[in-house]
Design a protein around this ligand. Sequence first.
Ligand code: AMP
Ligand code: GLY
Length: 426
Amino acid sequence: MINILLIGSGGREHAFSMQLAKSTLCKQLFIMPGNAGTADLGINVDINPLDFPTVGQFCVSNNIELLIVGPEDPLVSGMRNFFEADPLLKNIAFVGPDKMGAQMEGSKDWSKIFMQKHGVPTAAYKTFTQDNLSEGIAYLQNHSLPIVLKADGLAAGKGVLICETREEAVAELQLMIAEKKFGSASAKVVVEEFLKGIELSVFVLTDGKNYQILPSAKDYKRIGEGDAGLNTGGMGAISPLPFANEAYIKKVEERIIIPTINGLQKDGIHYVGFIFIGLMNVNEEPFVIEYNCRMGDPETEVVLPRIQNDLVELMLATAHGNLNTINLRVDPRTATTIMLVSQGYPEAYEKGKVMTQLDGVKDSILFHAGTKRNEQGELISNGGRVLAVTSFGNNIAEALEISKRNAAIIQFENKYYRKDIGYEFI
Ligand code: AMP
Ligand code: GLY
């Protein structure tokens, strides 16, 4: 039995916590910083995960033997490198890539160069900075429409713009580079060809040499039904995708996963952790839109519940390089999740709304995202995305019906959610 530290505070981390806490290998689970849901499964720790020395001291004092990083920030900032460099921390089983590996997500330009070098199918592109901005503007004049502009660095999910006209693209490119629209994240901008198709996400767990392909999923990023309105962190998800059958996943494995894993090895990157591959399915052919160095949120809320293996065992096998010994068992049923959000999200919204009727929920799993307890011990909203309602069914429609029924039961002022998750497949 071991003590485990999980970094993060969203629905993704509550989903991880549920599986970690129920493992017979888990002695004590700590979540840093966690939310009201994770507090019922372990001990929430109020330390900023980016304060590596303090996190390190916490690990030593609490005899942590397994550390799992949920979000990208600590990885891109080099949390793994910090742990590897400290004799007191380097033996902790660590799930998450080092700073170099996290560049898969931390720099769009880096990931495009990586894909080109290793023959991974992706959209054609060119990268521009202040130094060749005028060349960039000229390049846009002859570009097919729409034009995709991507801030190179992390921009909290806001750094991708899809421009319908060349004028808009030129204005945005200038704003991003010269006016620092996304701060230093847009000092470099990737200009990319638009790919038309259905998006899906494939998740791979790798120990640096072996890998396991986790269930596929699709998230619904737009705030409004029918995929209208602003982009959010994700309003719901389904797993698996009807078209992502064994033959399709085999194609993804051969064209994308194997070249990616081999490419990392060839480049001398010892990548230990999750690779979230965002794909566009263009006429049955998969193209990579993006890599992320972590699991997705809310995709995790449909992917993890389908994995029947002991999660601690799976994480230890990842950290110790034994993923080849794992026989992944996946629930064949469909899982759907609906995210309950605060009215106004992804723009300004109010927090602190008292939440009730959670006890009335039947046949769904509730994953807390932005929640906490107030001084009276009441559950209150504490973020834009508040609660994910996950359900199983024999198909998307069946699972979604249960999620919708329970989403309606939970009460808090200004609750909003999409009722059409998975609509294109129903
Ligand atoms: P990202 O922030 O990288 O997840 O991108 C946000 C969204 O932009 C993606 O989920 C896609 O819907 C869209 N997107 C990104 N790149 C492309 C592309 N080359 N073609 C079409 N859509 C794209
Ligand atoms: N749901 C998309 C993400 O986690 O990036």
